[in-house]
Design a protein. Sequence first.
Length: 249
Amino acid sequence: MKPLRVAAVPYLNARPLVDGLRDAAGVVYSEAVPARLAHLLAAGKVDVALVSSIEAGRCPERILADLCIASRGPVWSVQLLGARDPRAATSVALDGASLTAAALTRAYYARILGRSDVAFRAAPPAPDPAASGADATLVIGDAALRLRESAFARVDLGAAWTAATSLPFVWAVWLLAPGADAGAARALLVEARERGLKRLDEHARAAAATCGVPEEVARDYLARIVYYRLGGAERAGLELFWRMSGEVL
């Protein structure tokens, strides 16, 4: 039997979803930033990938049921940072690692704030807000968590989304490659999630040791801020985001 090729993001928020997969029999596991994962899936180099939710909008029928990374309210790991209030920014540098966070940033200014005067440009992954040259900088993932206590003015895009829509935001979903075995993939990934949710303290300690995210921040983030079940409210949030992003991209 061919091994199942699984790819995910190298961020703290994915750790409970992929618990044990790196060493699992019959699994070839790899990691890449969200934007790269979509390319791997499209090229047939992986069977299932944890992709940015905007990518899944092109083929929602291939989303694995009941699995995602979501938040309702503040998310901590997707932030607009600047020397002054990012809501007043006229230039924004977009972390190039996440297509979803970039699309949400555009929707935030255009649809939530009603702004059409903002110029966007790409920045490398984990940009330095103090050196980006823009009024505000989108920073995601562990880099955003490390800057959580910094002096930058900030807008938490998860909080902004829920305040405007009363819905959760889905950041990533498991997406199958065409022809991949959905039943086998879902069984493997549900088992990994349930195992990972029992080991949040261990994941928080590992993050402190390897990612530079303070252990108490990592623990609160995994236990209270993000969650991993894709239900009706999450699907409603996904569909609204797809509609909004289609209007601003």
